[in-house]
Each structure stands twice: as structure tokens, then as C-alpha cells.
Design a protein around this ligand. Sequence first.
Ligand code: 2AM
Ligand code: CA
Length: 262
Amino acid sequence: MTEIGFIKCFLEDNIGYARAKFADRASLTVTSKANASDLLTEVDLTLQKRAVDQIRATFPGDEIVAEEGEFSRMPASPNARCWVMDPIDGTNNFVRGMFPVFAISLAFAIHGRTVAAGMAYPGTGDIYLAEEGKGAFVNETRLLVSQVQQVAESRVDLDFGGVEDRNAWMERAQSLFRQSGQVRCHGSAVAAIGQVASGDLDAFVHMTLNPWDYAAGMLVVEEAGGVCSRLDGKTLKLFDGKDGVLITNGAIHKEIIRLIRR
Ligand code: 2AM
Ligand code: CA
């Protein structure tokens, strides 16, 4: 089985489970991790365990990095074949019922670069897929970023992040906040990044992100014609630490870098 075939099957098999659990969220088992806003549900754990078991059976020896438990770390060999998963991104929205904006993200990387990626949105039923050099698709439709050319006319998701991100946010994102045409915060990086790929958003900014939050999204956006970097414009890699991420339609990328303070 190809890696993209595996990703597609996994997301198709599990999107209904996540949707059903969201519909019945009053009965979810929920615990908090670092703080009361950092939630963990049985669904995060079940989806991650299913993926880990299936990856180990199908691609033995591949590394796995994922948001929960022992997998929440950088890979031992950053250049090796590596799967990167966020079982539920936007867990807080998932638990509290916001919109519903949450997603399952699964990527396959080699040499620290994503080469196959998928993101499933149980709220809408959409599955986004991309392979390096082969384009990005939602269901069967080609994804293309927007043509918006100026920040003043753009719709930007300025993710507020966790409490520990807010000082950096206030210092660095103020000018962008003031000058963007429309500002949103979905509370799910994977949801917002998908919206950049589809052209519904023009940019996404986060002060700190872990690789599982953008591993799939960065390839989907690049294959849809967009650009991904660190907040200062440096190359966005997967395993070089938790840092800020800027994902845009490409046309407004440089203008946003100039507006984000160092
Ligand atoms: P999560 O839902 O998987 O926890 C919300 O601000 C977005 O940023 C979500 O994608 C969320 O992922 C992620 N996020 C929230 N708090 C974060 C933190 N302290 N560090 C990194 N990412 C965070
Ligand atoms: Ca996440």
C-alpha cells in the first residue's frame, strides 16, 4: 500500500467515528493535561492508537510522532521515514461544541519533509489529501489558494494559541491584527490551514506550533499554491523545535513577514 493510500483509508475509516463521538459529546471521557484548557479525550487516544497499530502493521520500522503520550516528541532520526499525527486538532472545540471546528491530521515525512498528507474534517465530512508534486484535493476537487494580493483586503486567522503564547502574540502580531481586512481565530490550526488551502482564508499565523499541528497542512497548502515559513520567513521544517508558523496564499506572505515584529 502507498503512504497516501494508507492516509486516505485511515481518514475515510475514522471520520464517521469522530463525528459520532462529537454528536454524543456529553458522554465523552475528558481529562486535562497541562492546564484546564489543555484537554484530552478518549477520542484523541483511540484515534491515535488505531493509527499507531495500523502503521506498525503496514509499515514496520517507521517512526511515529503524535500529540499524545510517549509519541509526543521529536523522532530519534529526523531523516528517517516518519508518520506525524494529530488525532484531534481543536480538542477544546470538539469537547465544548464550537461550530464544530476540529480535524484529524495524518502526514508521512521523509528527510524531515512531508511527502503525503491528509486532513479530515468530521464537521463537514471533507477529506483533504496531498502528495508532493501531485497537487492537493478536497474529496475529488483540486484545492487552490486565494488570489488576494494585500493584507488590507485579506482574511487572516490569527490564532491566539495557549495562555503562554499571548505575550508573544501581543508583541508580534499587533500590526497585522490592526491592518488585516478580517481577523478570525478558529481554535484549530488544522482547520485554519485547510481553509488557506481552499482559499477561504488568505493566511494563518500561530506563535508556537508542534509538528503534528502543521505536518499535513504545510504540504496541502504548498500543493494548493501557497507558502509556509517561520514567522521571520525562514524555511518551515518539521523537527527543528516548537516555534511560530506563517502559512499564506503566497501573495501576501512577504507583507505579513514585514508586519510581524521580531
Ligand atoms: P490542539 O487543539 O490539538 O491542542 C488553538 O490555538 C490551536 O493551537 C490548536 O490547533 C491547538 O491544538 C494548538 N494549541 C493550543 N495551545 C497550544 C500550545 N500551548 N502550544 C501549541 N499549540 C497549541
Ligand atoms: Ca493539535
